[in-house]
Design a protein around this ligand. Sequence first.
Ligand code: SF4
Length: 368
Amino acid sequence: MNLPNPQTATRLRRQLLKWYGKNARVLPWRAPPGVRREIDPYRVWLSEIMLQQTTVATVGPYFEKFLAKWPDVKALARADRDDVMTAWAGLGYYTRARNLRKCAGMVAGELGGTFPNTAEALIKLPGIGPYTAAAIAAIAFGRSACVVDGNVDRVMVRLFALQKPIREIKSQIYNLAEALTPKTRAGDYAQGVMDLGATVCTPKNPKCNICPWADDCAAFAKGIAADLPVKPKKKAKPTRRGTAFWITRGDGAVLLRRRADKGLLGGMLEVPSSEWVVATTGIADKTSVNGSVLKQAPVAAKFKPAPGLVTHTFTHFHLELEVFTARVDGSTKGVGDNSHQWTHPDDLAEVGLPTVMMKVVQLVLGAE
Ligand code: SF4
């Protein structure tokens, strides 16, 4: 694949920036096109971390909540770890929340409260990979950095009619995107391509009739825009199974546990559960629950199965959780360690349980 010649690249940039000037999405973390003085690197960084793996619509309220609680990087660096995890609950990919606080600590401490202004320096901070570093450098500091997210991937694949799955041609896509990245207004350009992908060159039914790049678009010329990108062959996701233990005490409080920092849902509160093991049979069956699973409960008690099953899909596997309930009366001695806490059911929505655990809550409380 040849890179676009300089005249074509210049024309594409001009057309895109003109289109962005009129059609930019209004988003809470953005300054209007062409207005650089209002851009706060803290807002750009916060939004970009939240937007990793998460849609714009989902991120909006979380961004506003974080900004209201912690208006600048120093405030976030001082925040209590559990408060940050609680505020993040429901956004998923919780490593991001832990890195967010670590990164805020480094910027507020070692860097004196100022974000670095180049992609090379930004990428050294916790939670900032090549995409995020380029996005912050371009959007917050106007650096000529090549920003390639999922939207940009799709637009490049179509603009140049690349007929292979994206993951097989990542470097080719990057080289093409880089050849189009301007020296000036790189932030507006980056946001423009992302907006074009989100609103015009959409995954389904691209709106080529209103696209500023239609005249140069190879996929449009060939009539194959909607067929691209070529889909990779999907690997089947395994199913894992586990048992959640819904333990209440006399005053109705429920036992929760904070997960270890490392790994899936690291640092988040949960309804205690057994190990999640790969399923070997087709259907979950509560009658198969035996003493060895109950031994993993944080307290010995008379457990009984709750009707129904919690299902949730993570990036790499499906999860099926059956729920066993028990009441422990009187003394709660012997229940877990300091990673456990008792929480009244009225407060469960506020403590920051991840989505899968909110499903457990709904299953139990919905059945009562
Ligand atoms: Fe995408 Fe169509 Fe525009 Fe090509 S012409 S970039 S396929 S919207």
